[in-house]
Design a protein around this ligand. Structure first.
Ligand SMILES: [Mn+2]
Length: 478
């Protein structure tokens, strides 16, 4: 049986004992530190209280020798004694505290491996902050400088706060080298909070529809990494810069690519460039970046890394807190409350599913808000709220913890009479009201709509296959 010998003990030695506990083979420790000796004995490690540098205390055989006191001089002595005694053993030596270069070299001469926790920690920190951390922004600037014209910064479609802030932040970086840059997005800025962010901070982003790609000398993608996948660019369109924190689902092209799945938000990376370049973001940009980080990390409770905290800490003194507060709790419009009240009042609860017709609406967004709020009802896992406006029925569905895909459900129920789409937990549909408008006098339009839409919805629900409950699919705009 392989025998492992621990010479000297310290916090590092103790950790090694902990780590190698599961390994096969007997472990014997030699230390003249009475405190460590009793700690090791408490852990059922056979311990000899003796000078670890004195070979007369050593057992006859050892396959692996761990040298682990805090004193570099004694570690050198112990490692040398062990090498002489066990020429074939694997010797792993901890350097100890503040070793001199000579001690380090002496250990390296006799040990097979030398462990320097301080160096290891420093390497981890370098790794975590990007191996070439200081070089990154410099490389980014040189990529931007080499562009043949202005930069188009593309956020993913229906951008969330992180994508919005990153797009504006990257444009600010381009400004450092005098490259004009236009942040843009496709789809729409959904959710009241996101619109409040853009409006209250007066952020200027273009919509992709008004963009002529020929006007630009370079393309940057933020908060996503592939052209044409979840953005409005043609698929595979050449890209110069990519800054993202989502693990890519395919090959990523670009002259400058910085993808760090460890980061909680793309805004964190943008803040890092700015601070390394010595650029203090303006109040509106700082506020947007901090909001982006807070939303993507759910206020630092989800996939948060040390750099996220660091970025937030340096942004905090620069942000406009009263605006941030207004962004986070936008005032609720009377229309939203009216639709929510109607949705509650007219709810049709069947099992854990709620459907509700709210009649005529003036703002489609209120349906999504109502279907989200109804999910708060006890025992409800699927919600479906619909109303009509300008000759079209709009519907919004949500699910939480249901073994059912509401995207599929709405497609089954309404795609054949209109259009429906979405994913497992969030979906929407539109149906032209035209097919129902020949309503006889003794029927009211809301009643006819309800009978038709709810009828199809519950019918599809009855036919819906159960889905295995799995993790919510990851979308790049989460
Ligand atoms: Mn993000």
């Amino acid at each position: 049986m392989a025998r492992r010998l621990l010479l000297g003990c310290s916090a590092v030695g103790n950790t090694l004992v902990e780590r190698t506990r599961e390994e096969r083979g007997e472990l014997v420790a030699i230390t003249d530190d009475t405190g460590w000796a009793s700690t090791l004995r408490d852990r059922n490690v056979g311990t000899v209280e003796a000078d670890p540098t004195d070979p007369s205390a050593y057992p006859d055989h050892a396959a692996v020798v761990l040298v682990a006191s805090d004193d570099p001089a004694r570690n050198v002595d112990a490692a040398e004694a062990a090498r002489e005694r066990y020429p074939d053993a694997m010797i792993v030596a901890h350097v100890g505290t503040n070793p001199t270069a000579a001690q380090q070299a002496a250990l390296e001469a006799v040990a097979d491996r030398v462990v320097d926790p301080v160096e290891a920690l420093a390497a981890r920190v370098r790794e975590a902050t990007g191996a070439d951390g200081d070089e990154l922004p410099v490389r980014l600037l040189s990529t931007l400088r080499d562009l043949s014209g202005p930069l188009l910064v593309v956020a993913h479609d229906n951008p969330d706060p992180d994508a919005i802030a990153s797009a504006i932040g990257l444009a600010r970086v381009a400004d450092v080298v005098g490259v004009p840059a236009d942040p843009c997005y496709g789809g729409e800025i959904a959710h009241q909070e996101n619109r409040a962010l853009v409006n209250l901070l007066d952020l200027s982003l273009s919509t992709f529809d008004g963009i002529d790609l020929d006007d630009y000398g370079g393309i940057a993608l933020v908060d996503h990494s592939r052209a044409g996948i979840n953005d409005s660019l043609p698929e595979g369109h050449p890209v110069d810069v990519v800054v993202d924190h989502h693990p890519p689902r395919g090959p990523v092209d670009g002259e400058f690519v910085d993808i760090r799945p460890d980061a909680g938000a793309t805004s964190t990376l943008i803040e890092e460039y700015l601070s390394r370049l010595g650029v203090e973001p303006e109040r509106q940009l700082a506020t947007a970046l901090l909001y982006g980080i807070r939303i993507d990390t759910k206020d630092f409770t989800r996939s948060t890394s040390i750099p996220d905290f660091e970025a937030a800490a340096s942004l905090s003194p620069l942000v406009d807190e009263s605006t941030l507060e207004r962004v986070e709790s936008p005032s609720v419009s009377q229309e939203t409350l009216r639709v929510l009240a109607n949705a509650i009042e007219g709810r049709d609860v069947r099992g854990s599913t709620v459907a509700s017709c709210v009649g005529e609406i003036s703002d489609r967004d209120t349906l999504a808000q109502a279907s989200e709020r109804l999910l708060d009802m006890d025992g409800v896992t699927v919600t479906f709220v619909y109303g009509y406006k300008d000759g079209v029925i709009y519907a919004s569905a949500r699910s939480r913890g249901a073994d059912l895909d509401v995207g599929e459900l709405l497609r089954d129920a309404l795609d054949s009479v209109g259009s429906a789409g979405g994913h497992a937990t969030m979906a929407g549909a539109q149906v032209p009201l035209g097919i129902l408008e020949a309503v006889s006098e003794d029927e009211s339009l809301p009643d006819v709509v309800e009978e038709f839409v709810s009828g199809r919805f519950f019918e599809a629900l009855d036919d819906a296959p159960s889905q295995p409950v799995g993790p919510v699919p990851e979308f790049p705009n989460d």
